[in-house]
Design a protein around this ligand. Structure first.
Ligand code: AMP
Length: 204
């Protein structure tokens, strides 16, 4: 099953991807995680991407498409994949259509208020975990014990820019897939388990 999770920052794509990966046994490919891993290793791509990410801007299409194409060629993608955070522009969606066929695009519909609450309270871990500050008992990761941090792009002024970019550049991607008859909308204001149940009921 080839899946795409589409939606605004803070819509809960990453949290669902972790659960869907377990359920379907297919890899979770997050372009944001790929960039953060490159940034922490200090690679050339990481340094380049950081200059866009820290401002809330998108990394140029050719760089992102190159990373995704290489990842989709890996053996573990043979039975399917979950793309989280890609495509974010119509040219990226067109490039993906040339690489492989996609079965379903889940569009996470979420209110601005929900997004702001989730992102301003988000604490992240280098193990990939993300948590809401209201549910944490300490500043350490409940999964691996490492110290949690606030993503540079989860600062209020950068969040505003990411939401602007989403509306202008990524929202049209939903229309692109709607025209292909592959878009499935889910109310992502609901809690994580409810959203998961709705998605699994749809996908089977
Ligand atoms: P995310 O973790 O998905 O919120 O991504 C973090 C940041 O990485 C985004 O705000 C962008 O700057 C960059 N990024 C991730 N995926 C893409 C993409 N498909 N196209 C362009 N930039 C991306």
């Amino acid at each position: 099953m080839n899946l795409i999770l589409l939606g605004a920052p803070g819509a809960g794509k990453g949290s669902q991807a972790v659960k869907l990966k377990e359920h379907y046994g297919i890899p979770h490919i997050s372009t944001g995680d790929a960039f953060r891993s490159n940034i922490s290793k200090g690679t050339e791509i990481g340094l380049y991407a950081k200059s866009f990410i820290d401002k809330g801007l998108l990394v140029p299409d050719d760089v992102v498409v190159g990373i995704v194409k290489a990842r989709l060629e890996e053996a573990d993608c043979a039975n399917g994949f979950i793309l989280d955070g890609f495509p974010r522009t119509v040219p990226q969606a067109e490039a993906l259509d040339k690489i492989t066929a996609v079965d379903c695009i889940i569009d996470f519909k979420v209110d601005r208020e929900t997004v702001l609450k989730r992102l301003t309270g988000r604490r992240s871990c280098s193990c990939g975990g993300t948590f809401h500050v209201s549910k944490l008992k300490s500043e350490y990761c409940p999964v691996c014990g490492k110290k949690l941090y606030i993503r540079a792009d989860d600062k209020p002024e950068v969040i505003e820019e990411r939401l602007r970019v989403y509306k202008e550049t990524t929202a049209p991607v939903a229309e692109y897939y709607r025209e292909q008859g592959k878009l499935f909308e889910v109310d992502a204001n609901l809690d994580i388990d409810k959203v998961y149940d709705i998605i699994v009921a749809k996908l089977g």
